[in-house]
Write a protein that binds this ligand. Structure first.
Ligand code: F6R
Length: 611
């Protein structure tokens, strides 16, 4: 996720901008830049890569001035490059942006017709030219920004520096975060609290649609009618690490809370006219229509995302899918056909087993594709086709938001495959994409709000040595990931079983009080799972049922605790992601109640770079 810092004051702003960018680097980035209003105008220096590359460039292109903006970019539109880095300039102004302007293509087309030329591939440049076009018309910065804001769909936090007003910074936001802070002699904008902590502990959360104007120590806020608005100042009492956690007790909890936002951020750039479009050669309609088999290769949670995708792709696109644990895939002689798609999934892009499996497939001359979260990681560099998820940096060892966006990307792939093979209408595809972009994030947010019920469930699990998860179809696969989450951070023994398979042996482990968590998202399989619940209950199990809304309405679930998971539709795929959020929350709350080091569980590393 991009990071913004801005400063207006009396002293040189460059150290403040660089310090702020350094602090915001935990958000993840692939390039950085600053723009400073100096005596001879506004000067911009930007560089692809880490902040050190920018600092190196500043040695040969020094800039100084008392007002400026800075940005760390996490590539969305356009690859990491100097040109695509922020700040972006258009005639009268220079700006930085965090978020995604969904209708940038239409805005760019209009501006090209007006004579604007684009030098980057970013959506941000469209915003710069749009504000510039209105500023040239009316000479009023606030009016120009408001007019542009009305036209832009999507999310944005903007910091704007007009060249003819070198002491003033303008900021506005929708969707993406931005705070404003003041010291005795200066004012600042930032994407997040840690960046302002060296200067002040007081800040204002900029509300959506309110324009902040910063001029030295003076700050004013106004609405679109130009009326001044008074805003409440908040005070931080956290240290820097706690501030990076955004006030949450653990990164894992923060990252679960980010799921609605990162889900939208991942899906939106892959929609064109409401339909999925990945813009890489191996994923165009023609290529996907010819795919004979798909091999998904990954480790751990990423592999579990693949298991869920198998359920979707086989049922809806009718393409056979195998899901392979990367370390096992490497150790045998996989049979790969010329028309097969071999897809690697990795959050870090550095997992040794996944990487070696990728190299093995490439050595066989078979085309490789990857779904990766970290831009520029080794898997991303070595795969032939890459699709990025946009979870931002995941700091907690237990993967949560990265899994959600992997699944969302795989859902888009399912729709692409089904469309390419004539198994889904465009109308249905559009409907599904809209649900994925709008309704699923909302259901996830509602699920997170069930924290009190989830705490009760956690309190029943924390003293139990063995816990079982059961479900059928996709629910069995969700159970597999849910049990991994619980095991890795609580150290409790948890196993997932296909609900129909329990009675073939494992049910012998169920005794009085054994917790069994039953997952029900699939209407057509619900009755059978209910039968399995009865089987374990009659052997004394304590049953916790996580049931999606529609299913809970229709039938009596013989459980001891019932968690009704919000969902925006009857189809199981819609319920899958909020249900997994509930499972992640169950694992999190159990570990937190046990007083464990949730973010750094024993024996585990975030990125497994050894074989
Ligand atoms: C579990 C977890 C791991 C990773 C696995 C693959 O919460 O995070 O199972 O999913 O080590 O890592 P990546 O996705 O980075 O390849």
């Amino acid at each position: 996720m991009c990071g913004i810092i801005g400063f207006s004051g009396e002293t040189d702003c460059v150290p403040v901008l660089l310090g702020g960018l350094d602090t915001l680097s935990y958000r993840g980035y692939d390039s950085a830049g600053i723009a400073v209003a100096g005596v001879s105008g506004v000067h911009t220096v930007k560089a692809k890569g880490k902040l050190d590359a920018l600092k190196e460039k500043l040695k040969t292109h020094p800039v100084s001035g008392s007002t400026g903006i800075g940005h760390t970019r996490w590539a969305t539109h356009g690859a990491p490059s100097d040109e695509n880095s922020h700040p972006h300039t258009s005639g009268t102004l220079t700006l930085v942006h965090n978020g995604i302007i969904e209708n940038y293509a239409a805005i760019a087309e209009k501006l090209r017709a007006l004579g604007y030329t684009f030098v980057s591939e970013t959506d941000t440049e469209a915003a710069a030219h749009l504000i510039d076009s209105y500023y040239r018309e009316n000479g009023d910065p606030a009016a120009a920004i408001y007019r542009a804001a009305q036209e832009m769909h999507g999310s944005y936090a903007l910091g704007v520096l007009f060249h003819d007003r070198p002491n003033t910074l303008y900021a506005i936001r929708k969707g993406s975060p931005l705070i404003v802070a003041q010291t005795d002699s200066a004012s600042l904008i930032a994407s997040d609290i840690p960046a302002i902590l060296p200067y002040t502990r007081s800040y204002v959360r900029l509300p959506e649609g309110i324009l902040a104007v910063l001029d030295g120590a003076e700050i004013s806020f106004s609405d679109e009618n130009g009326s001044e608005v008074a805003l409440k100042t908040e005070t931080v009492d956290w240290d820097v690490e706690a501030a990076q956690r955004g006030g949450y007790a653990h990164f894992m909890l923060k990252e679960i809370h980010e799921e609605p936002e990162v889900l939208r951020a991942t899906v939106a750039p892959y929609l064109k006219d409401g339909l999925p479009h990945f813009d890489v050669p191996g994923f165009d309609g023609g290529a996907l229509a010819g795919v004979e088999r798909i091999h998904i290769v990954a480790c751990g949670t990423a592999m579990h995302a693949g298991l869920l995708a198998r359920q979707w792709i086989e049922a809806e696109a009718r393409v056979p899918v195998t899901v392979e644990i990367a370390s096992e895939f490497r150790g045998r002689e996989p049979i790969l056909g010329e028309k097969d798609l071999v897809l690697f999934i990795s959050q870090s892009g550095e997992t040794a087993d996944t990487l070696e499996a990728l190299r093995l497939v490439k050595a066989r001359g078979v085309r490789t594709a990857a779904i990766v979260n970290v831009v520029g990681s080794t898997v991303a560099r070595e795969a032939d086709d890459v699709i990025y998820t946009r979870a931002g940096p995941e700091i907690a060892v237990a993967s949560t938001k990265a899994y959600i966006v992997q699944c969302a990307t795989l859902r888009l792939l399912t729709i692409c495959l089904a469309l390419a093979r004539g198994r889904m209408t465009e109308e249905d595809a559009r409907r599904q994409c809209r649900i994925l972009l709008e309704d699923v994030p909302e259901s996830i947010a509602k699920t997170i709000a069930l924290a009190a019920e989830i705490e009760t469930i956690a309190s029943r699990l924390k003293t139990k040595p063995h816990i079982f998860y059961i479900g059928r179809g996709a629910d069995s696969v969700l159970g597999t990931e849910a049990s991994l989450k619980l095991k890795e951070i609580t150290y409790l023994h948890a196993e997932a079983y296909a609900a129909g398979e329990l009675k073939h042996g494992t049910i012998s482990l169920v005794e009085d009080g054994t917790p069994v968590i039953a997952i029900l998202t699939e209407e057509s399989l619900a009755e059978k799972t209910v039968s399995a619940i009865r089987e374990v209950k009659s052997r004394g199990a304590f049953v916790i049922a996580a049931v999606s809304e529609g299913i809970a309405e229709n039938r009596e679930i013989p459980s001891d605790l019932l968690l009704t998971v919000p969902t925006a539709g009857r189809e199981a795929w819609i319920a899958a992601l909020p249900t997994m959020t509930a499972m992640q929350m169950i694992a999190y709350c159990t570990a937190a109640q046990m007083g464990l080091d949730v973010d750094r569980p024993r024996n585990l590393a975030k990125s497994v770079t050894v074989e």
